[in-house]
Design a protein around this ligand. Structure first.
Ligand code: THU
Length: 146
């Protein structure tokens, strides 16, 4: 995909995702995830995963970030950085789960969302949401004006 944000913004998003990952509440899986959304007007909104003794009630970092951002009045996002891994470190690139892909698609606006998966500040991969979720089901399919 064509990358339309600066290297500096990418780094800022990764730094934010890594920082908020430290707040992950993960007593059950031990898998800590941080996410940082870039709004269309340049703000960065973060979220971490929050687990629960009733496992199915766990909240993913990405959806937490989206919920926080929307409740702050932001609805259009250009990019999201994600950093996920066990407590002792990040070994793999983490990409949003299926439900989070769908939720991100809701607020991706007219342009594709840039998804940055980071293992560290300098080690990351970039992919677009439409590559992760092609032919997304959306408001257009149910003829509803949002
Ligand atoms: N998790 C996320 O926060 N984001 C993802 O994209 C994948 C999974 C969380 C949910 C749960 O707290 C833990 O990672 C293990 O599944």
């Amino acid at each position: 995909m064509e990358i339309t944000i600066s290297e500096q913004k990418i780094k800022e998003l990764i730094r934010s995702a890594l920082a908020v990952r430290e707040n992950a509440y993960v007593p059950y899986s031990g898998f800590m995830v941080g996410a940082a959304l870039l709004t269309e007007d340049g703000n960065v909104i973060t979220g971490c995963n929050v687990e629960n003794a009733s496992y199915g009630a766990a909240l993913c970092a990405e959806r937490n970030a989206v919920g926080k951002a929307v409740s702050m009045g932001y609805r259009n996002f250009r990019a999201i950085a994600i950093a996920g891994g066990m407590k002792d470190g990040i070994s793999d690139y983490t990409y949003p789960c299926g439900i989070c892909r769908q939720v991100l698609a809701e607020f991706a606006g007219d342009t594709d969302l840039i998804v940055i998966s980071a293992r560290s500040k300098t080690d990351y991969k970039i992919i677009s949401l439409s590559e992760l979720l092609p032919e997304a089901f959306s408001a257009k399919d149910i003829s509803v004006n949002t």
